[in-house]
Design a protein around this ligand. Structure first.
Ligand code: S3P
Length: 183
């Protein structure tokens, strides 16, 4: 298993935080939620950052947080749904033996999980289902491209966390047979 960080990526609502917390426990690692890290660092919620500085202002702060978190080792990190939009974030995640895991959940399940969300700024729109479908189509290839491992996230958080832990325990560095393996 890697000594680097294990970074969970995937769409809003795929379970990065709930799975990450459980996977960290199973692996005896510290857990870091990137959005929470940003909120503590800025003294503002993600919603407030979007309202005051726009999405661009949020992405700047997110990239700074990624640089800081990626400099640490041995964590399980829950990234944000849009963190993979910047290539520099993905590169930072891979540094120091970092393993990026894509939590892949079906679009319909995400639309269902997110239908009453009031917290995520990008979803406070009248045609939410369509916006989710559009973003999901745009970002799917980015998650796949960023990931060393893909885990099926269509199950309760503990079951998915066990899949993540098992996949990471057997993961070997890039160049091995297991690179881009599907768990
Ligand atoms: C975002 C996802 C959110 C948060 C912000 C932007 C996105 O994180 O970073 O609202 O662009 O998909 P979660 O995926 O944890 O909801």
């Amino acid at each position: 298993m890697t000594n680097g960080n294990i970074i969970l990526c995937g769409f809003m609502g795929c379970g990065k935080t709930s799975v990450g917390r459980r996977a960290a426990k199973l692996l005896g690692r510290k857990f870091c939620d990137l959005d929470q890290y940003i909120e503590e660092r800025e003294g503002m919620t993600v919603k407030e950052i979007f309202a005051q500085f726009g999405e661009a202002g949020f992405r700047e702060r997110e990239a700074q947080a990624v640089r800081e978190v990626a400099a640490r080792r041995g964590l399980v990190v829950a990234s944000g749904g849009g963190t993979v939009l910047r290539a520099e974030n993905v590169e930072a995640f891979h540094r120091g033996g970092g393993v990026v895991v894509y939590l892949d959940a079906p679009l319909a399940a995400l639309q269902e999980r997110l239908k009453r969300d009031k917290r995520r700024p990008l979803l406070q729109v009248p045609d939410r289902r369509r916006v989710i479908a559009q973003l999901h189509a745009q970002r799917g290839p980015l998650y796949q491209g960023a990931a060393d491992l893909t885990v099926d996230a269509g199950a309760p958080p503990l079951a998915v966390a066990k899949r993540v832990a098992a996949a990471c325990r057997t993961w070997k560095a890039a160049g091995s047979e297991q690179e881009k393996a599907k768990a």
